[in-house]
Ligand binder design. Sequence first.
Ligand code: TXA
Ligand code: MG
Length: 332
Amino acid sequence: MIFDSKMENDIRAGAALLKAGETVAFPTETVYGLGADASNPLAIQKVFTIKGRPSDHPLIVHIADVTQLDLWAENIPRVVWRLSARFWPGPLTLILPRRREVPKEVTGGQDTVAVRIPDHPVATALLQAFGGGIVGPSANMFGRVSPTTAQHVREGLGSKVGMVLDGGPCRVGVESTILSFLDGQAVLLRPGGLSIPELEDTLGQPILVNSGEHKVRAPGMLASHYSPVTSLEVLHQDALSRRVLEMVSQGRKVAVLKLGDDGKDFEIHKTTTIFMPSSPVEYGRELYSTLHRLDRGAFDCILIESLPDEAEWMAVNDRVLRAAHVFPMVLE
Ligand code: TXA
Ligand code: MG
């Protein structure tokens, strides 16, 4: 990838800041990450402080290429090589047994480590210039909507971050899919940018969804994650109009996210209708930026039309329900 000279300079400056133990926000194909040197406990502490994130929530280590995987993980299950060959770089995070040297600040004290190779030219260039692993939680305050543009990062974290690398809007728009392995069995910890059917195809085995029965701890997965500041409800199409009328009659300013464009907006005073794409990939790409925009719009409430229950919609459904504080999967 050829960058203009400003971006080249920015990436060089970003790598130098990381080496000096500072934080650098960087674009990935999923969302923007808040980067720090994954081998430097003091730098990692800064990430937790900036985000206001509890320190027992483990972080993902981003690496430039698969040859670095065994610097972080060991006893890597054989299926992992098949998955990594097919999906890395890409929106897939793998939970693996950690190497002893991995700082406990990264793993939250667990004996596993989360690793992924992001698929974004700026992330790749930063990782290469830096040379090591970079922790990268989403670059937002704890519990808030993840950023999909550099502007979202600046609005959310302001001057607390050492530097924000601007790589444009994120292509995927929801976080990576997280897979763990229990005795060789793949378990889904977080639905994300890659769908289950895609992964199962390569794995050649079904993926267990993390539920009460096969429960794996993913300490970062709380129902309150990914919430906008504005209150938010998810409603079935049939209930939507009634709720809009109810809200408006109470004098509230409402935004409605409808699925697909049937051309019928709610022509009601104080109500804004947003037609969201009817494909899950495009819906996912636009969801967070729409929520960020509505947060700036002084709405009293966001009403979201409920989404189809199919596998392709799993990640978007998960984020929408979390934003509304509904438990989509049994966790914790
Ligand atoms: O798409 C993404 O994954 C983005 C971009 C920036 O790469 N990153 C991201 O990081 O979403 P974060 O910190 O917001 O979410 C990481 C999730 C947390 O829910 C955490 O619990 C889980 O990964 N996690 C990390 N290490 C783990 C481990 N060892 N075992 C179980 N879950 C782990
Ligand atoms: Mg996050």
